[in-house]
Design a protein around this ligand. Structure first.
Ligand code: CS2
Ligand code: MG
Length: 402
């Protein structure tokens, strides 16, 4: 079997997605997600102009060799664009392998380690009452794990809160939104949010929260300590993780579990955090961390240190990533939780899928490969629509971490 075509499909059914389709001489094809929110065309070009021509004629079954060829052959190793492009190729090749073997991807990885995958949804509100209403809806739908984000009094904008009643989408079409941030106002407020959740709903659901890189390490230590009575499942991205050693300071002050890694793109980004047990969950996901081949390595390394997976799964990664991630989640022995924000209807129409959702639990299905397809004709009706992630500024105007 040989690769005869590799096409990049950019579409915007509700939001921009980049998909790689790899076609073999026997007509079997596989698809992979190559979406990098706010920088989509960089990955599309990296694939179209530099990678796809190198795939033609290769054996799609040599997944590991092609991964090594694209990683070492780039010379300029790692980075979100490179690793997202490699991930798209990798996931497409695993999809082809599953179709050729007539097996769902999770069986190729080693079979199911559990009956289903626990996912967490997003409850957001402009204030505590509204956030509690959304939390109640998720409890009603049977979610066992729920992330809560809320507006902060006297702060004009805040991370993670839906505008209106639609789904939360951070990117804004055609413009970079400038948001304001105050760590002091946030730190004074957010324990009240968790207290309200636990007072109203008790401790039966896993409570998650995303700090989204906003604090310094000592502030993160203060936050973790202040919320220990509310027993969070995790506080996510408490501080930017370029300085992995900075997390030692957080660990000195709190036992609140920590999740990091959605912006990581290789095992090297998380090595120190994992081997020093500075985190409890690794958030790296298939699309941005080199695909199945690399994320398996990260998960196996993490398992040596009792660090569990918590794959990133926002609506700005495509249904292809979601489908493949559920196979990974069903197999991975040190599974923690999977993020699932859902998708706009038009996106689910463009990407038919085999996964199921039932009362907070998901299953990838039994279709050969990862079970997600792309309707290219429908995709063509949604042209790319440039959109950008916001930036955050402190109240004095200093550019901060969004
Ligand atoms: C967030 C993401 O889901 C999360 O944990 O951090 O929504 C993140 O803000 C977006 O993926 C950025 O595109
Ligand atoms: Mg996050």
């Amino acid at each position: 079997m040989k690769i005869v075509r590799a096409d990049v499909i950019v579409t915007c059914p509700g939001r921009n997605f980049v998909t790689l389709k790899v076609v073999t001489d026997e007509g079997v094809y596989g698809i992979g997600d190559a979406t990098l929110n706010g920088r989509e065309l960089a990955v599309a070009s990296y694939l179209r102009d530099h990678v796809c021509p190198l795939l033609i004629g290769r054996d799609p079954g040599r997944i590991e060799d092609i991964w090594q060829f694209l990683y070492k052959g780039a010379y300029w190793r790692r980075g979100p664009v490179t690793m997202t492009a490699i991930a798209a190729v990798d996931v497409a090749l695993w999809d082809i392998l599953g179709k050729v073997a007539n097996l769902p991807l999770y069986k190729l990885l080693g079979g199911a380690s559990r009956e289903s995958v626990m996912v967490y949804g997003h409850a957001t509100g402009r204030d505590i009452p509204e956030a509690l209403d959304r939390y109640a809806e998720h409890v009603e739908q049977g979610y066992q794990a729920i992330r809560i984000q809320c507006g902060v009094p006297n702060m004009r904008s805040v991370y993670g809160v839906s505008k209106g009643n639609g789904m939360y989408e951070p990117a804004t079409k055609g413009v970079v939104e400038e948001q304001t941030w105050s760590s002091e106002k946030y730190l004074d407020f957010v324990p009240k949010l968790f207290e309200a959740v636990r007072d109203k709903f008790g401790f039966d659901t896993h409570l998650l929260h995303d700090v989204h890189h906003r604090l310094t390490p000592i502030e993160a230590g203060r936050l973790g300590k202040s919320v220990e009575p509310y027993r969070l499942f995790w506080m996510e991205d408490p501080t930017p993780a370029e300085n992995q050693g900075g997390f030692r300071l957080i660990r000195q002050h709190t036992v609140t579990p920590i999740a990091v890694g959605e912006v990581f793109n290789s095992i090297w980004d998380c090595k120190q955090l994992i081997e020093e047990q500075l985190i409890d969950y690794i958030r790296a996901t298939l699309t941005h961390a080199g695909g199945i081949t690399h994320l398996k390595r990260i998960a196996d390394f993490a398992s040596l240190y009792q660090v569990r997976t918590g794959c990133h799964g926002p609506s700005d990664l495509s249904p292809v990533c979601m489908g493949a991630a559920l196979h990974f989640d069903l197999w991975v022995p040190n599974f923690g939780v999977q993020e699932y924000m859902g998708f706009p209807k038009e996106a689910l129409d463009v990407f038919p899928h085999a996964w199921t959702f039932e009362r907070g639990l998901m299953h990838p299905g039994e279709a050969p490969g990862h079970g997600v397809d792309i309707d290219e004709e429908l995709a063509a009706r949604y042209p790319y629509d440039p959109a950008y992630l916001p930036v955050a500024r402190l109240e004095d105007g200093t550019l901060w971490n969004w």
